[in-house]
Write a protein that binds this ligand. Structure first.
Ligand code: NG6
Ligand code: CA
Length: 500
């Protein structure tokens, strides 16, 4: 009996140990944070001590990319390992969109599940829910994150500026009151609640004229889309970071003894920027700057929790952003008027929505204190590479056709080499392809600049081909297409081949 018990506890402790030797992975994903927005990436007008510390203890990548210059496609790529431009319907989704991630293919979280991980997502989803646009928000909402690899989900459906402004935990809206059912419509007004267009006097944050964001008002902010009902379930923007942080911490605490993968998708500094009172007015750069302080604080809270639980050495934190920066993305929140010389894109050209580098080249930090030595790496990597790289790390075989465009860059991610990928296709408005130090932007119609009264961003659109030598011209100032027509041809052929 005694021997049996001892043997049992020995086996148990060995198996717990084997499990624990797999690192926990926390992927913290900012929304619309630019290459130049953090101290560790050269920002001097804004202080980001926690992310600077993370960068100092880990690897700070200078040449890391989202696949796309907006949210949904970048997130689609991370989940699937497939370039989003291969699939229609992967552009910025409305809040009532159906799920766009296939439920029968490998996904990033399903790879972790296969390796015995507990998987969770907390934060922004923006990849659709349910099978149809018209859905019942008052019952079980599925398929969603739980059907594509997450054991636990606590999300908001789309963006902070889109209805429904509610949290969904696993399949259910949080704090739902059946007596006040939620309805959502993106085509026409429903119910009789005030809208930003009809009742601007009710707004605490003015929308930029002619920029939308003037439909149902929630918490004094005009949103995109109409909703009615669910009064009790609606979030308060100022509380968002605390709600998500608490859920992320709960997930970490309850899984501290198992290997876990947490996808923690922050909402900062996406619009509407409405940080908590603790941060309002603290940056001197308007609400966008304050939201970045809040984001940095959140990351610090997670780092502290890991330390207190004693799992910091065995936990990988990856921090990045889904696309580049934008100042005015729909609200008059001081981002433009109080910029104060801050350069959200750093030395890069363009911004969110752009084919230029600032659209997709983003901050990217990886920290794994027990394993990875601090450094700065110039390896070319992309978020789409997570799925192939982590399958390698965890020794999980996935059908290559499932994750067509993902490359195993594990050695670059862990700092063993500065050789990442050689070739990467990126999506602003136009497609571009990077091959080594060269970048080619395909000719495209459309204005070269969005209106100065709206987002005011250089799009990268041009009817002529553009060729840049990034190694010496990271700001894409010098179009070499006419000088090197042969190179342009080569890049065109390369892109054509990848497109298949
Ligand atoms: C745009 C919105 C913008 C933002 C973006 C999505 C307008 C005029 N602009 O359509 O405010 O919500 O979509 O951002 O409606 S993302 O980071 O989720 O891609
Ligand atoms: Ca975004």
């Amino acid at each position: 009996m005694k021997i049996g018990t001892t043997l049992f506890s020995l086996i148990l402790s060995l198996s717990i140990h084997a499990q624990q030797s797999k690192p926990n992975i926390i992927f913290i994903y900012a929304d619309d944070l630019g290459y130049g927005d953090l101290g560790c990436y050269g920002a001097s007008k804004i202080k980001t001590p926690n992310l600077d510390k993370l960068a100092k203890q880990g690897i700070r990548f200078t040449n890391a990319h989202a696949t796309s210059a907006s949210c949904t496609p970048s997130r689609f790529a991370i989940m699937t390992g497939i370039y989003p431009w291969r699939k229609t319907g992967t552009g910025v989704l409305p809040g009532d969109a159906a799920l766009i991630i296939p439920t029968n293919k490998s996904t990033l979280p399903s790879v972790f599940q296969q390796a015995g991980y507990q998987t969770g997502i907390v934060g922004k989803w923006h990849l659709g829910l349910g099978n149809e646009v018209t859905k019942n928000w008052n019952g079980e909402i599925k398929p969603g994150p739980n059907e594509v690899g997450f054991n636990y989900s606590f999300i908001f459906p789309a963006t902070a500026d889109r209805v429904p402004t509610v949290f969904v935990e696993n399949h259910l809206v949080v704090a739902l009151d059946t007596a006040d059912p939620i309805k959502v419509d993106y085509k026409q007004k429903i119910g009789n609640e005030p809208t930003g267009a009809e009742n601007p006097e009710l707004l605490k944050l003015q929308a930029t004229p002619n920029h939308g964001h003037n439909q149902t008002i929630v918490n004094g902010i005009g949103r995109i889309g109409f909703m009615t009902g669910g009064k009790q379930a609606r979030w308060t923007d100022e509380e968002l970071p605390f709600t998500f942080l608490q859920k992320a911490k709960d997930f970490i605490a309850s899984n501290q003894k198992k290997p876990f993968f947490l996808y923690y998708a922050l909402t900062e500094p996406h619009v509407p920027r409405m940080p908590s009172t603790m941060f309002k007015g603290k940056s001197g750069l308007g609400l966008r700057g304050d939201a970045i302080l809040q984001l940095d604080w959140t990351v610090g809270e997670i780092m502290l929790q890991l330390k207190l639980l004693g799992i910091d050495k065995n936990t990988v934190i990856i921090f990045s952003s889904d696309n580049g920066p934008v100042l005015d993305d729909g609200y008059l929140d001081g981002a433009v008027t109080q910029l104060n010389g801050h350069t959200p894109a750093g030395l890069l050209r363009g911004g969110k929505y752009s084919a230029f580098e600032a659209g997709t080249r983003v901050p990217f930090i990886l920290s794994w204190p027990g394993k990875v030595l601090p450094k700065v790496s110039d390896a070319l990597i992309c978020q789409i590479d997570f799925i192939a790289s982590f399958s390698k790390l965890l020794n999980i075989k996935i059908p290559p056709s499932d994750v067509l465009d993902s490359e195993n860059v594990l050695d670059a991610l862990t700092g063993k080499t500065e050789q990442g990928r050689k070739i990467l296709v990126k999506q602003g408005g136009a497609l571009s392809v990077i091959n080594g130090d060269w970048k080619y932007i395909t000719p495209s119609k459309g204005p070269a600049n969005t209106s100065p009264l709206l987002t005011n961003i250089e799009t990268g659109n041009s009817l002529s081909p553009q060729l840049y030598y990034l190694k010496e011209d990271i700001g894409e100032k010098n179009n070499l297409a006419e000088k090197y027509p042969q190179k342009v041809k080569e890049m065109e052929i390369l892109l054509k081949k990848i497109k298949g």
